[in-house]
Design a protein around this ligand. Structure first.
Ligand code: 4AD
Ligand code: MG
Length: 435
């Protein structure tokens, strides 16, 4: 019995009937008669450990009984399959090897706490098993995405976080004090730099933070979020949305297969994700507006979708779906106007079902020099700010496309969370920057 076993492996049945050594934090406890039930969290999951006064003797039993929550324990015992235990398995403790008592009054108790209280204590609340499960799913998400890109011949590359030219419009830019220089901001998207890098690396992706000074307080906006972005030369709208299909379905299927216990713990039936089928449906922007209107929600052609519109629209679907062809007036300058119908762009957003809404935004880029200059002008931007970006159209420009996927948005949907803040360990929004 060398070393310690992982709690998650106990729950997965790897040690049934075996004598094991477990270490962890005392997450919860209760006692009844001569028995104590300890919930022990080891960084992989939480397992119930049962102590019997008769077996351990009065002194040890008392010592453990006096341990405050979040004390650390080292226990030895046998793994029993027991339907009454929370995950169908428990450790029947034969000896208490070591305990280190925490201080009294861990602030998070079994009672109901308000959201503000839990957010103020986020540094402690991250120990909650639900948050733990989401963060493990999030980690797997990143790993699976990287694996998919590796298997499909993409190269990972990075862009700077300090930037001078807005990608997604000026209204959500964070200003940065950057030595003596004015007009420095935090990146909203790697895209403009990605368009430079495709000429040297071909198909590329990144997973990095993006920043948006979102003045709105909603359940799906963060001011700092993780952005998975893709850019490809010689790629059109149909091709890039197919990439989104395959990537999202692959991530969903793999999470369902590899993390079913964590998904169930957070309230998502893994079958929902296994059922993802590609290609996801395509709905034109025009049709989507009609659907929203038919639901009795205010919207005119040319408006963007807010959550008031996306909610009723996405509740109609039980699969992700693309909205294709957004009006040129509501998309940034880099979107390629449809050559057959210049009032709309070759753009597409992927919507998650069940009211979750936009998880991907992207499309085909303007690749011709003159057209790009006039789009910059029409958007009222200063061409000076974009001079290096325009250079990319002078030498070796090709049709190209890409998209950005909000990692927390997808985790939120796949984990069926009510609020985006629980898809990231330490959320940042308009009002929250501590802890
Ligand atoms: O639709 P967006 O703004 O598109 C872009 O930034 C493109 N330049 C991406 C590209 O083509 N390379 O953002 C892309 C995605 C959204 O669909 C959403 O999932 C997520 O990023 N996102 C946010 N997630 C959380 N909080 C916010 N404030 C977000 N803003 C965008
Ligand atoms: Mg968008």
């Amino acid at each position: 019995m060398a070393g310690f076993v992982r709690v998650v492996d106990i729950l997965d049945g790897a040690h049934d009937g075996a004598k094991v050594r477990v270490r962890g934090w005392l997450y919860n406890k209760r006692s009844s008669g001569g028995i104590q039930f300890l919930s022990v969290r080891d960084g992989t999951a939480v397992v119930q450990c049962t102590l019997n006064r008769r077996d351990l003797g009065e002194e040890v039993f008392r010592e453990v009984e006096g341990l405050p929550l979040e004390s650390t324990v080292v226990l030895e015992g046998v793994v029993n399959v027991d339907e009454r235990a929370p995950d169908g398995r428990e450790v029947s403790v034969a000896s208490v090897v070591e305990t280190v008592a925490a201080m009294l009054d861990f602030p998070i108790t079994k009672q109901e706490h308000g959201v503000e209280f839990l957010m103020d204590n986020r540094h402690l609340y991250v120990r909650n098993p639900r948050i733990q499960a989401v963060m493990r799913i999030r980690a797997k998400f990143m790993e699976v995405a990287r694996g998919w890109f590796r298997d499909h011949d993409y190269t990972e590359t990075q862009s700077p976080m300090f930037i001078t030219a807005a990608c997604e419009g000026g209204s959500t830019l964070f200003n940065v004090e950057y030595f003596e220089r004015e007009g420095v901001y935090l990146s909203q998207s790697w895209q403009l730099y990605a368009e430079a890098m495709i000429s040297t690396l071909g198909k590329i992706y990144t997973i990095a933070p993006s920043f948006r000074a979102e003045p709105s307080r909603t359940r799906r906006h963060l001011s700092e979020f993780w952005h998975l972005e893709v850019e490809e030369p010689w790629q059109d709208l149909a091709g890039i949305t197919a990439v989104g299909d395959e990537l999202v379905a692959h991530i969903g299927h793999t999470l369902a297969r590899e993390m079913p216990r964590e998904l169930r713990l957070v309230g998502r039936d893994p079958e929902d994700l296994l059922a993802l089928e590609t290609p996801f449906p395509r709905v034109s922007y025009d049709e989507a507006v009609e659907i929203v209107q038919s639901e009795g929600v205010d919207m005119y052609w040319g408006d963007d979708f807010g959550w008031q519109q996306e909610g009723p629209l996405t509740k109609r679907f039980d699969t992700p779906f693309w909205i294709v062809g957004f009006p040129t007036g509501i998309k940034p300058f880099y979107h390629l106007p449809n050559p057959e119908r210049p009032d709309v762009t070759m753009s597409a957003d992927l919507m998650a079902p069940e009211g979750y809404g936009e998880i991907i935004g992207g499309g085909q880029r303007v690749h011709e020099y003159e057209q790009l200059l006039s789009r910059i002008d029409e958007d009222g931007l200063d061409p000076e700010d974009y001079s290096w970006y325009v250079d990319l159209r002078r030498w070796g420009t090709v049709p190209h496309s890409g998209f950005g996927l909000g990692v927390e948005r997808v985790v939120m949907w796949m984990c069926k969370l009510d609020h985006i803040r629980d898809a990231v360990p330490f959320p940042r929004d308009m009002r929250r920057i501590v802890p």
